[in-house]
Design a binder for this molecule. Sequence first.
Ligand SMILES: *Cc1c(COP(=O)(O)O)cnc(C)c1O
Length: 392
Amino acid sequence: MDLKEASKHFINVYNRNIVFTKGEGVYLYDNNGEKYLDFGAGIAVSALGYSNEEYKQGLKDQIDKLIHISNLYFNEPSIKAAEYLAKACGLDKVFFTNSGTEAIEGAIKLARKYAYLKNKESKGEIIAMEHSFHGRSMGALSVTGTKHYREPFEPLIGGVSFAEYNNLESVKALITKDTCAIILETLQGEGGIYPASKEFITGIRKLCDENDIIMILDEIQCGMGRTGKMFTYQYYDVLPDITTTAKALGCGVPVGAFAAKTDVADAMKPGDHGTTYGGNPLATAAVCKVFEIFEKENILGHVNETAPYFVEKLNLLKSKYANIIKDVRGIGLMQGIELSIPVNDIVVKALKKHLILISAGSNIIRFVPPLVIEKKHIDIMYNVLDDIFSDI
Ligand SMILES: *Cc1c(COP(=O)(O)O)cnc(C)c1O
């Protein structure tokens, strides 16, 4: 296939040069039938790997029944999906969206509405974090901490300031009487795989409680079992007022959600928010299947069993190539290795050896494999990276 020709009708925002045609387990196949081991999982989406029979059957059954009806009516899969999700995240009420960025939009709107009901004069200020990533729509971009993503699209929504991640004092210094929300990823993904410290998360919870500020934890990437708990904040014994999820929530069918405690959620009244597709029967049938398979196949147990082996292998690479690898960090099956060299070269070299890796920032390999990855696949990944690093 002539990829230059294939690119002709696309707005050019991605650098890509490979066509995948099918997936099976933790492998993808390109249009020449070549097989690749996938440690990117469609950017932390395909938690169950590819072509899971039960998942596919659930979708096929739903397609035969009902695909879409709008939110003017209830549909059965969404009722069940809302119950599953509320239980998994420990919050009371959910709103389904089509993507992560829309979940963030909803979370911001909900926080602002909550503040507005308290005080109509509220300026709805938001504190976000440096190096954060919350999405590409205008609201989500406004709270995204990477300047080069934001700058060309300004003016964005106002009233946003940025604190240093894992520095509670820097957050404290930005709080005003108009602060309505503090938003952060429990484990920063795109920004370079930085887990939050316990003091930081619990400190922010306390600041929010003391000042009646909404705490929003973005778990779009780190939630849904990726780190070994359904939601990463469950490691910190903290409950946010609002959380956002997407990526692995539908394991490939586009769906996201924001969820909130009742007293916060109830700030939204009929007419305040909406979506045509969000939570439609097909998307939420996928969500139901994902939760059911997670339970049946004990995905969390598998993550917790596999992750220590994974980390051990990454640390082995670090001790072998201390000149190239500066740091290994992460939680569960969301790991990063920080390099002293540009990550792109490594990603390209790995792809040539049929290993799919993705990056975060300019010098971090971001490992977000399907959660069903096995030790034997981790061994293959190790050997490929061992080869590449030993050549450098
Ligand atoms: C991917 C991501 C988003 C945006 O999700 P989209 O579905 O791409 O809109 C938001 N927050 C985090 C933490 C993410 O990783």
